[in-house]
Design a protein around this ligand. Sequence first.
Ligand code: HEC
Ligand code: HEC
Ligand code: HEC
Ligand code: HEC
Ligand code: HEC
Ligand code: HEC
Ligand code: HEC
Length: 396
Amino acid sequence: MARTCVNEAGAGAARGAPLARGLAAASLGLLCWMHQAAAADNPALSLPEADQQCLGCHGTEGMKKELPDGGTLSLHVPPEVYAKSVHKANGCGSCHSDIDIKNHPPSHRDIKSLRQYSIDRAQACRQCHDEAFKQYEGSVHAQRVQQGNPVAPVCTGCHGSHSVTPRTAYETCVTCHSAGLDAHRKWLPNARLHQEVVSCAACHAPAAPRMIDLRLYDATAHAWVSEPEGAARFEKLARAADADGNGLDAAELRALLGELNQDKAAPRKTLRGRVELRDNAEAHHLAEKARAVRTCDSCHRAGAEPFRSVTVSVTGPDGRPARYPAQRDVLSAPLAVASLPEFYAVGGTRSRALDLLFVLTLLGGAAVPVGHLSLRLITRKFRKTGSGGGPAGHDR
Ligand code: HEC
Ligand code: HEC
Ligand code: HEC
Ligand code: HEC
Ligand code: HEC
Ligand code: HEC
Ligand code: HEC
């Protein structure tokens, strides 16, 4: 619409006498301005015209279609939701190339069931996200879909179809797996803490390389925080801090954190580590539970694999993280302690609990001569803080 607006103003101004032309241009200019102001309020007005045509019908609330199997397909696409999605610039046709506005409706595809429709439509994602698609195809979810499981997710089961944003898709795991989450308490002490600081895929995509992602954290509110100014500012600050361009070392990290804490009135931000995958596309390669990472020393051991790669990140207001590489010894350097008070450098020098765990796993390996009592002393902290049965069930 905004585009048409400019054209009309130009074309209108080109016709007629100079004064009328000026007035026409001015009033059209005003209309345009009003239109753009309205577009700021209603993002749907900024969509390409072809999409607005589709939404002229599909933006209608309550529009639906009864399917032969008794199901109901909602045909309503909320324009304001779609206009805020990552795909707003793509055009409806990028995923619905089979729809030709010249004869639609009445032409439409035959839909047997909601489920089959979802499975078929998700193929559209493949065109542009080939790598995610390939990884997904090797997953336990794809396998279950093939076996006829009626709820195992296709792409849209985790990301949605018209509401896709960069916001973390991990939030959706919980809607289907709340019972499965409770099951972790049986063998993982402090299961809730682990779920906060280890992404699901870091354990459930066992073949994927991991890393420690240091994220901005508000220690007073105990919450991860986003940066209103987002990626652009962070990247600029990080590049400036990393003068030698070889990744942030401990001193550079501290300088960066100082910059991010310029606003003295705001709550002080620190960094807190989270075990993540190095490549998010591999988050799709979820395996059967029997293959999930469960050995404690995959993480709780000096030099464990996830600790060999470190990034610092902030999340922008749209949920998109901006990441910048850091040197791996920022996790153990004494200078970093001030920057990372929230982070238990697992297997590093500062974590007493985890050093104990390290001792425990060593003892577990050396086993026999250790008395029951001394083991109990060592595990006391875990039994106190653990939300489940303690480390007894851990797989060593
Ligand atoms: C004049 C109103 C109207 C317009 C404009 C319109 N549609 Fe539809 N659309 C319908 C109706 C009615 C149906 C249900 C048809 C049926 O299956 O009975 C439908 C069904 C659909 C479906 C589900 C069925 C299928 O074939 O997959 C999709 C997807 C769809 N439309 C996309 C679009 C897109 C994309 C555009 C713009 C290029 C568009 N529509 C424009 C009225 C409209
Ligand atoms: C990024 C890909 C993508 C884009 C862009 C997209 N769609 Fe869809 N659309 C899908 C998928 C996938 C489905 C199937 C959803 C499901 O699983 O039921 C779908 C389903 C539909 C349906 C059927 C009812 C429903 O909501 O499930 C309609 C109607 C529709 N889309 C219209 C539109 C219109 C209109 C636009 C543009 C404003 C649009 N779509 C843009 C991917 C897309
Ligand atoms: C025509 C190409 C195209 C199709 C088809 C498409 N996408 Fe996208 N997708 C993009 C582009 C381009 C971006 C990045 C947009 C941006 O950077 O703002 C994106 C971004 C995304 C993101 C966010 C990635 C991030 O940075 O966090 C997700 C998730 C996503 N798409 C999922 C899907 C799903 C699910 C489908 C199918 C329903 C789909 N896409 C279909 C082009 C496409
Ligand atoms: C089981 C839930 C789930 C399913 C199913 C799923 N995704 Fe994802 N997707 C995720 C998670 C988790 C991430 C990791 C990023 C995050 O949200 O933190 C992600 C990330 C992405 C990204 C961004 C990747 C990047 O490099 O940053 C794209 C694109 C994407 N998914 C597309 C797809 C497509 C296409 C499909 C279907 C083949 C699909 N997803 C199926 C959960 C899912
Ligand atoms: C729409 C629902 C849904 C969503 C969303 C979903 N899953 Fe699943 N998931 C399933 C179903 C159904 C199964 C198959 C369960 C079975 O076979 O008993 C499954 C299986 C699994 C399994 C294998 C369990 C086993 O018994 O071997 C894991 C691990 C898993 N999902 C992790 C995740 C993660 C991580 C996410 C988020 C990134 C996620 N799921 C999102 C429905 C979902
Ligand atoms: C520290 C590693 C770790 C993390 C983090 C983790 N899991 Fe697991 N998960 C496992 C292991 C190991 C099992 C298998 C336990 C077993 O065999 O009983 C499992 C089992 C499961 C199961 C099957 C439960 C059942 O009914 O037996 C589901 C579903 C699941 N996880 C989903 C998730 C989701 C969703 C997340 C993220 C919120 C997550 N897991 C985080 C390691 C982890
Ligand atoms: C995928 C990596 C990973 C695995 C596997 C893992 N942990 Fe952890 N664990 C962590 C991280 C990261 C933390 C740091 C949490 C924080 O920020 O304080 C942690 C913290 C802990 C803590 C400290 C809790 C506290 O009070 O601060 C204990 C105890 C612990 N883990 C025990 C275990 C045991 C026992 C196992 C095996 C059954 C295990 N972990 C498996 C990553 C892991």
